[in-house]
Design a binder for this molecule. Structure first.
Ligand SMILES: [Zn+2]
Length: 620
């Protein structure tokens, strides 16, 4: 038995969830207001017999005890395993090497040093005469005492060794202070305080650990903003300022707003817009997106009016490509939004204003901008058509050429129709003309695909036996044939019920290749990965791309079908139970409606399966 199974056997999901939210018995199951989004009628259910949970409301997702604590605590799989193993009274065999243990100790020491520095800076800001210059500054920027305290703002005074002397007095050595990035070493091996005459912003990670600092100059010194250097605990590209404070609000509001600077974040939080984090001046990175993706699929990017032109499209295009579990393709993100029920919006700031100024001027403006934030597609449409010369046929035609693939990617016919009409209006072109162009594009795409798929195909029967053979077969396919990644983008972690499989799938989605996948996983998963890689797959797959694609499609539709069936079973259970205990609630009616939706989706999958089977049989 794996340690994961062991943990699952010893812990009860009802008890675990009760530690976070109050559960109400409902027949054999339990319900509660969803701990991940705000709602009035409970749509969050715990199923003790299945040891699983599901939110039938806005989240539309579920899982086991692992996914629950990962989502609730905003932690990764390894950390969840540690936490749950502790609860279960299981001591994890130290899987880490002695070097790793030493590293962990060093990291803890750096956190401790950072905490000591932050406390000192905070004290200097609040209580000393030296700190007056910084107090004046925060007063001018209208930061409240509460925000200053909550975000532990501080002041690094003029002078070369104020912090160094203080921390040495506390028993920390210069080597450690250098490692923490608090001191800078000169060529002659002497060192001095990195932050001088600056307002200090301590930067914490999602677990609240103090990883580094930002400092704003209080005079004309350059750079205006200075950050901690890369250290064993600080990496600017994987940090989001304010994430420790914003985590809960992002989950509750099921939305994250991304701004650029420290002051923007603070102003927003001061006015209780507490789902705001800052990318700290850099363009969003993969690592930052991964942190946010664990909390919500709704992102709003606040962009300057001046940068939000053509340049921003390409910038956000790049950024969105990074969110995708498929290899970069500018338009692939529409597929991503479809598959993951995600939405990315763009908020354009008024010319020359940053969020900090804007919120302080009139906080309600911010709310309005959030409400007016445009879905990415609208934004791209408008920006792409803004400069088109409507008198030039060539201009129009090249714009249509750029935007058609985007329309083509939309799975939802309503969404497609909506944007088709939109584009027609923007370009002052007859809608039928665009519709024809789209049809032609579709035909060309189909032909392209068909010529790829002419070889005869023999259906392959997976032979792997294990607890969830379908999942494992699917994963083995994906791991051995990375080119199937694009085709698998319709799968979400929810399609995998087995904890190891799901976690491996998530990590695989986030990795570029096998090496980075191996690097990113715990040793528990490492073993699982090796066993999947060792699976024998049918030899025909090696030779035929068609066979691989077809196999992948079969896997996908089986997993989709199974997920829908399970969902339906859960709903039926809830409906029967509620009917027995009396009263139809509005919530119930909604469940029934969703039940119909499931039926429809199941039917669609079956039709697709039949379509695929027919030519195969004809060929054989
Ligand atoms: Zn929910």
């Amino acid at each position: 038995m794996s340690v994961i199974d062991d943990v699952k056997q010893r812990l009860d999901i009802v008890q675990l969830v009760s530690e976070y939210t109050e559960l109400q018995k409902s027949g054999r199951n339990y319900k509660a207001s969803c701990p991940f989004h705000s709602e009035k009628t409970p749509s969050f259910f715990v199923f003790p017999e299945r040891q699983s949970w599901h939110c039938f409301g806005a989240c539309g997702t579920g899982g086991d005890i692992f996914s629950f604590v990962m989502k609730k605590e905003g932690i990764d799989f390894g950390q969840a395993l540690q936490l749950l193993a502790n609860k279960a009274g299981i001591t994890l065999v130290p899987l880490t090497t002695p070097e790793r243990q030493t590293q962990n100790k060093e990291r803890e020491r750096l956190f401790e040093i950072n905490e000591a520095a932050a406390e000192y800076y905070h004290h200097l800001l609040l209580n000393t005469s030296k700190g007056e210059i910084a107090r004046d500054y925060v007063a001018k920027r209208e930061l409240s005492a509460e925000i200053i305290k909550n975000f532990q703002l501080g002041f690094a005074p003029e002078g070369w060794d104020t912090l160094k002397q203080y921390l040495k007095g506390k028993g920390y050595g210069e080597t450690e202070l250098l490692a923490a990035g608090l001191l800078v070493e000169r060529e002659d091996r002497n060192n001095y305080d990195r932050f001088r005459n600056r307002l200090i912003f301590p930067i914490r990670n999602i677990q609240g650990k103090l990883i580094g600092f930002g400092g704003r100059a209080l005079d004309d010194s350059l750079p205006k903003y200075l950050n901690s250097p890369q250290t064993p605990v600080f990496d600017k590209s994987s940090s989001l300022y304010g994430i420790d404070h914003a985590k809960t609000a992002i989950q509750q509001k099921n939305q994250a707003v991304i701004v650029e600077g420290y002051m923007d974040t603070l102003a927003a939080h001061q006015y209780e817009y507490d789902n705001v984090v800052a990318s700290m001046g850099t363009a969003m990175t993969d690592k930052q997106l991964t942190i946010l993706k664990n909390l919500t699929s709704n992102l709003i990017l606040a962009l300057d009016a001046d940068t939000a032109g053509e340049e921003a499209i390409s910038r956000s295009g790049e950024m969105l490509d990074k969110m995708l579990p498929v290899p970069p393709s500018f338009y692939g993100w529409v597929r991503y939004e479809d598959a993951h029920n995600a939405e990315v919006k763009i908020l354009i700031l008024p010319q020359g204003k940053d969020p900090d100024e804007l919120i302080r001027e009139d906080a309600s403006q911010w709310q309005k901008l959030i409400m007016d934030a445009k879905p990415m597609v609208d934004f791209i449409f408008e920006s792409a058509t803004a400069k088109v010369d409507l008198a030039s046929a060539r201009d129009k035609s090249s714009t249509v050429g750029r935007l058609l693939p985007l329309l083509f990617e939309m799975n939802d016919p309503l969404r497609q129709a909506h944007y088709l009409e939109r584009l027609a209006r923007l370009l002052k072109v007859d809608e039928h003309v665009l519709d024809d162009a789209l049809k032609k594009f579709r035909a060309v795409e189909r032909k392209r695909k068909a010529t790829k798929n002419t070889k005869a195909f023999t259906p392959v029967v997976p032979t792997i036996t294990s607890s969830s053979p379908q999942e494992q077969y699917c994963l083995a396919l994906l791991l051995k044939y990375p080119e199937l990644k694009a085709a698998s983008s319709v799968l979400s972690p929810d399609h995998f019920e087995n904890t190891e499989n799901r976690e491996l799938f998530v990590k695989w989605q986030q990795s570029d290749d096998m090496a980075s996948l191996k690097n990113s996983i715990d040793s528990v998963l490492q073993e699982h990965l090796e066993s999947l890689l060792a699976k024998d797959l049918p030899p025909i797959l090696k030779e035929s791309e068609t066979a691989r694609c077809e196999d992948m499609n079969q896997c996908i539709s089986r997993l989709q079908e199974r997920r829908l069936r399970n969902l339906e079973a859960k709903k039926q259970e809830l409906l029967t139970m509620e009917a027995e205990t009396g009263g139809r609630t509005a919530q119930l009616a909604k469940l029934e409606e969703q039940g119909l939706e499931i039926d429809k989706q199941l039917q669609e999958i079956r039709i697709k399966q039949n379509h695929r089977r027919r030519p195969a049989r004809g060929d054989g």
